[in-house]
Design a protein around this ligand. Structure first.
Ligand code: SAH
Length: 506
């Protein structure tokens, strides 16, 4: 057999990234190529291997971006280009439910390319579930039917639906891709005898932060779509079960529902804030602006003995320091007896993860505050209070290459080791561009994030949420509206964001 990569037809689920299967996630994390559709949510794309080639074959509702026959060929072509590789074909919902996955699989078989199918949670069932509508229910519906509202017959160009039989059907009817034709479909069903009062619901962007349910009946279907401006992607569900949705609608309207927020932290730091904002209902687009890399071999570990106080001004500094400390064959016992200083609470917490408590943390969580705090102890020692003595020349600052000189200016006799360096991420991946451009707001945690962001894209969300006054002024300088957290902590920032939108300033 020819030497081909392995293709996986993966269902991405209906939108909520939590509804991607574990198997699907595992493959996406290892994929070399990801060929994806328009319906796949940015959060799922964000789970893909960051080194993967991302290929958008998304179809817009009006024009087909890449023809199906071309997609089929593309999959074979990538399997050839990446002989040992993993090619993920990522589709909304389930690949075999109106996903044309079968056609792609046939083409792969023809070409002799091995493939696997990773089923996904179809929108047909999960979207009603998120609206509190069970597709079957004892005593109400003993079957459910999933129907395309889109497929036209080749002979006459009319919808190829068997309206006579559908109208007779007592089960729940679930239409995918049917919004544009729903007025027609509803009329035909009534002509064929389906009761005009049959309840129905349109569920738009189900399972996402933008989910909306609109209730109607068969006879008011068409006018309701126009009045409420129901837009794709949406499903239409018809039958007695729809009434249950009035009692069972469980998905709460959260403070950040319907908001798209860009988080500009480095990938490994973003997950905390992302999880919290997501829990409040937001859609979060993680867009790291910088990558940090440990600087190795630029100092001598034996020199640690020359210092009594180690001062950290970032979690990156803490991580890089300890990673390198361990890599050098040392361990935390070399810190025995030393005093530890931290710029703020987040860094303090990070140190605690390494089993280290801080001796000095300034009240205001700023570099200047830390400098002044240490200086106050140096002065105290000169006045003879030897208990808290700090010899300024025995203070070691562990910082990144971009750290400003605030601390060094206040403590000129201290030594600085650059333990990590920050490199800007050069460009926004194509798949993120659209998501970032349509965001409601952006979260900045550092001045460098602001500076890199403006280099990377012209998109300027109206609002920026900033940690720290320095970040705020950088954002203002570039024309962002700013809302700044009271404290320099993520908790404080998340609270601020929730308050901002609760105040109706959306
Ligand atoms: N394979 C997909 C369906 C593809 S057809 C699946 O199994 O879900 C595309 C149609 O699916 C859309 O027109 C819409 O009717 C429906 N759909 C997909 N995701 C949806 C969502 N999040 N909310 C509402 N409808 C959705």
């Amino acid at each position: 057999m020819a030497n081909f990569g392995h293709v996986y037809l993966i269902g991405a689920g209906p939108g909520d990234p939590g509804l991607l299967t574990i198997r699907g996630k595992e493959i996406l994390e290892r994929a070399d190529v990801v060929v994806y559709d328009r319906l796949v949510s940015p959060a799922v794309l964000g789970m893909c291997n960051s080194k993967a080639k991302m290929v958008d074959v998304g179809k817009m509702p009006t024009h087909h971006k890449v023809k199906q026959s071309e997609i089929n060929k593309l999959l074979v072509q990538y399997a050839q280009e990446y002989p040992q590789g993993i090619i993920a074909r990522l589709k909304g919902g389930d690949p075999f439910v109106f996903g044309r996955g079968g056609e792609e699989a046939l083409e792969l078989v023809d070409a002799g390319v091995e493939f696997e199918v990773v089923p996904g949670i179809t929108s047909a069932i999960s979207v009603p579930a998120y609206a509190g509508i069970p597709v079957s229910h004892r005593g109400i519906a003993t079957s459910f039917h999933i129907i395309t509202g889109h497929e036209k017959a080749e002979s006459n160009g009319e919808l190829s639906l068997d309206f006579e039989n559908l109208a007779k059907c007592q089960g729940t009817l679930i239409f995918l891709m049917g919004i544009a034709n729903m007025d027609f479909i509803a009329k035909r069903l009534m002509e064929c005898g389906k009761a005009p009062k049959t309840p129905l619901a349109f569920i738009e962007k189900g399972t996402t932060p933008y989910q909306r349910t609109v209730m109607a009946t068969l006879e008011t279907a068409g006018e309701t779509i126009v009045r409420e401006n129901v837009t794709a992607p949406a499903i239409t569900i018809m039958g007695g079960v729809v009434e249950l949705g009035k009692t069972l609608a469980w998905k709460k309207n959260l403070p950040l529902s319907g908001k798209r927020l860009v988080v500009t932290r480095a990938a490994k730091q973003a997950s905390g804030i992302t999880a919290r904002l997501t829990a409040l209902g937001a859609e979060v687009i993680e867009t790291p602006m910088i990558e940090t890399r440990a600087v190795e071999g630029s100092f001598n570990w034996a020199d640690l003995a020359n210092f009594d106080v180690l001062a950290f001004t970032s979690t990156n500094g803490v991580e890089s320091f300890f990673t390198q400390l361990l890599a050098s064959g040392n361990d935390i016992r070399v810190l025995a007896g030393k005093k530890i200083a931290s710029v703020g609470k987040i860094t303090e917490k990070k140190l605690l993860e390494y089993g280290i408590r801080c001796d000095y943390v300034p009240e205001d969580h700023t570099g200047e505050g830390l400098g002044k705090l240490l200086v106050s102890h140096v002065i105290a020692s000169e006045q003879g209070e030897r208990g808290n003595l700090i010899d300024e020349s025995r203070i070691l600052l562990l910082q990144g290459n971009l750290a400003d000189d605030t601390l060094l200016k206040l403590l000129p006799q201290a030594t600085r080791w650059v333990v990590y360096e920050t490199l800007p991420v050069a460009e926004l991946p194509e798949w993120k561009r659209e998501a970032v451009e349509s965001a409601d707001a952006i979260v900045f945690a550092s001045t460098s994030a602001v500076e890199n962001y403006v280099k990377m894209t012209d998109a300027r969300p109206r609002t920026s949420f900033c940690i720290g006054r320095m970040t705020e002024s950088a954002a203002r300088k570039h024309g962002f509206g700013t809302v700044t957290s009271d404290e320099t902590t993520m908790d404080s920032l998340v609270k601020k964001i929730a308050e901002y939108y609760a105040g109706g300033r959306a």
